[in-house]
Design a protein around this ligand. Structure first.
Ligand code: TPP
Ligand code: MG
Length: 685
């Protein structure tokens, strides 16, 4: 077979595997894989430095399929390149990531060819995509990470990190706001390691983009400051390669390639129609389409002779060589810079360096106390110094969140100085969260910050960090009514409940400065779970830990902070955050009146729910049914800890604009109110 014929055969293999898988599953999206097979072929087989034998090699080029519905593109190419599976301990398993059988079972339970690309489920997937816009936004975090890693670790003659990131996106990604936020940030940061390729096919689900999307996308990206290129024919491999070449030569600007394509390419009746987007072609149309490709019409899941070898000779050989050269380079680097090499290795395995918790502060008892955000600032500054690759920033609220790293040499991450540890995300919460995900996927330890209320603006990406099992950290301050005069627009009510509902997300609302530190101590050790910290704006009393239990109880989610003398309580007060000291006040009053109360500090439902039944029963003894929960947030869900007969003091409405003291009175967050509720639980007035 001639070279040219082989190339066409390889491309048509991607197309027909996609068509057959969707047809077999009776669900999926065939049209875009049919159109973009030449692009994916070119990027993978001619451009990318990626070794299928080791899909987690640190200096590999990244490939992000932001239009995740076209997942068959990825399953086809991962299969055809024989990309190997890797487990959660970063060990190669010795079998392919995506088998032909997986593709035959596309979208079925347990198949490694699920509906959309899922990081952590299929090796070779760089990030989970499907919610449109997320992939491209996440790729900006990957771009930031590459710049930071290169800045810290590269040395003369040692280009340890010099990879590029390729992200493919469609009209949907271009319409989503998060992509715009991220594109603006990427150009500001001059991420010339980033190449987005826009599948300009004028089709979305409802039909032609004429009905909803008529802007000049190229002009928009030019205005952001991107290098904008155009390839007028998605089947023209040379033009695609040429455009990518220009990308690789372009400095100080990310590249945006507009690729004109025909969705459902080759299908006589469905090409260029929305029908090709999200439904099987149908048996007859499958035949006609295969005929148009010169493919055997009745063959299914056919990988013709020579196709695997063709990919092995392309990306396989190039990737193996690149990785081998890198390994040699890294061995020499390790000899010359052993400490830096160790850092890289620890980071890659999500381990912490020795002494990571050295100098974490301990706060003395203080009735006036310190704000959650201020305690957080102290912890962040220590952690960022102890863990070189711990960094982050805020969405323009650094001075309020107290997340700006202020120690000597922390520095700002900016285009000309990508080694700084303070990122400035601008007022782009959604892109910030997606970017933090991208940085975490690149093995940095990032945090992002904003007001707790605006976690809503970041939520889709927070959800994805949980789905991907990434140890990202979200620092949210102004966690409740502490915002006082700012009023209900700024006062979170339902955010805690809604974040607690995200599976695998660790949500923590610490009750005093020492609980803040313990919360960080816990979070930093997580390797596969994201965490949200809800921190107070106002000072909270620092509890006297010689009188009350140690703050290390945070690591168990909830703990007995104060108890009736000798234990055996008759009523339990459960609180989080700013309401912990309130519960303590009420507790002291109850004790003085001879009522045996207990205070449980419960910074994290998620962590507590993972403790043994025995421990949970020791904190909340089932026989003690007199219970009051107090939290400046929606009451939603607290029944699980107070039972149907318990009392929940929380928010059932939005807040209001007034000084905090008045709000506490209006909404019942005062010790007398708790005391009365506790007595009511015991049938006492
Ligand atoms: C945030 C989000 N909204 C909606 C969807 C549902 N959806 C999936 S694909 C699609 C149309 C995408 O059009 P385009 O990106 O142009 O893809 P093409 O059909 O051209 O491949 C929509 C609305 C989604 N996946 N994510
Ligand atoms: Mg489209």
């Amino acid at each position: 077979m001639s070279d040219e014929k082989m190339v066409q055969t390889a491309i048509n293999t991607i197309r027909t595997l996609s068509i057959d898988a969707v047809q077999q599953a009776k669900s999926g999206h065939p049209g875009t894989p049919m159109a973009l097979a030449p692009l994916v072929y070119t990027i993978w087989n001619r451009v990318m430095r990626f070794d299928p034998q080791d899909p987690i090699w640190p200096n590999r080029d990244r490939f992000v399929l932001s239009n995740g519905h076209a997942s068959m593109l990825l399953w086809s190419v991962l299969h055809l390149t024989k990309t190997q599976a890797v487990d959660a301990d970063y060990e190669t398993l010795g079998h392919p990531s995506v088998s032909l059988d997986d593709i035959r079972h596309f979208r079925q339970l347990e198949s490694r060819a699920p509906g959309h690309p899922e990081y952590h489920w299929v090796s070779g997937v760089e990030t989970t995509t499907g919610p449109l816009g997320q992939g491209v936004a996440t790729s900006v975090g990957m771009g930031i990470a590459q710049k930071w890693l290169a800045n810290r670790y590269n040395r003369p003659s040692f280009e340890i990190f010099d990879y590029n990131i390729y992200a493919i996106c469609g009209d949907g990604c271009m319409m989503e706001g998060v992509a715009s936020e991220a594109a603006s940030l990427a150009a500001h940061l001059e991420l010339d390691n980033l190449c987005w390729i826009y599948d300009n096919n004028h089709i979305t689900i409802e039909g032609s983009t004429r009905i909803a999307f008529t802007e000049d996308v190229e002009a928009r990206f030019l205005a952001y400051g991107w290098n904008v290129l155009r390839v007028g024919d998605a089947n023209d491999l040379e033009r695609i390669e040429h455009a990518v070449d220009i990308f690789r030569k372009t400095k100080e600007r990310p590249t945006f390639i507009v690729l004109d394509s025909h969705i459902g390419y080759g299908s006589p009746h469905k090409q260029d129609t929305a029908a090709a987007h999200g439904e099987p072609l149908g048996d007859d149309e499958v035949r006609l389409t295969k005929r148009s490709y010169g493919w055997p019409e009745d063959a299914k899941f056919l990988v013709p002779d020579g196709v695997y070898e063709h990919f092995a000779a392309g990306v396989g050989a190039r990737g193996a060589k690149a990785r081998q050269q890198w390994n040699e380079l890294f061995a020499a680097y390790r000899a010359k810079y052993p400490d830096l090499a160790t850092e890289i290795e620890q980071m890659q395995r999500r381990e912490l360096p020795a002494g990571w918790d050295r100098n974490l502060p301990v706060f003395p008892a203080d009735p006036k106390g310190i704000a959650g955000r201020d305690a957080s600032a102290k912890a962040l500054n220590v952690l960022a110094q102890n863990i070189p690759w711990f960094l982050g920033g805020s969405a323009d609220l650094g001075p309020s969140n107290k997340t700006t790293l202020t120690y000597e040499g922390a520095g700002d991450f900016e285009a000309g100085s990508p080694g700084g540890k303070n990122l400035h995300f601008g007022i782009r919460e959604h892109a910030m969260a997606a970017t933090v995900n991208g940085m975490s996927l690149s093995k940095l330890r990032p945090f992002g910050a904003t007001f707790f209320i605006f976690s809503d603006y970041a939520r889709p990406a927070i959800r994805l960090s949980a789905l991907m099992e990434l140890p990202t950290i979200f620092v949210f301050t102004h966690d409740a009514m502490g915002d006082g005069e700012d009023g209900p627009t700024h006062q979170p009510v339902e955010q805690l409940a809604s974040l607690r509902a995200i599976p695998g997300l660790v949500t923590l609302r610490p009750g005093d400065a020492n609980e803040v530190v313990e919360a960080y101590r816990y979070i930093v050790q997580l390797r596969h779970e994201p965490a949200v910290l809800a921190l107070s704006r106002q000072p909270l009393p620092t509890l006297d830990r010689s009188k009350y239990a140690a703050a290390s109880g945070v690591a168990r989610g909830a703990y007995v902070l104060a108890d009736a003398p000798g234990g055996n309580p008759e009523v339990i007060l459960i609180a989080s955050g700013s309401e912990v000291s309130l519960a303590i006040e009420a507790h002291e009053q109850l004790l003085a009146e001879g009522i045996r109360s207990r205070v449980v500090s419960m910074p994290s439902w998620d962590i507590f729910d993972h403790q043994t039944q025995e421990y949970r029963d020791s904190v909340l003894p089932p026989k003690v049914t007199g219970r009051v929960a107090v939290e400046q947030a929606s009451t939603f869900g607290w029944e699980r800890y107070v039972g149907t007969s318990g009392r929940i003091i929380g928010m059932k409405t939005f807040g209001a604009s007034a000084p905090l003291k008045e709000l506490q009175r209006k909404f019942g967050f005062e010790p007398e109110h708790l005391v009365a509720a506790a007595k009511e639980q015991l049938g006492k007035k």
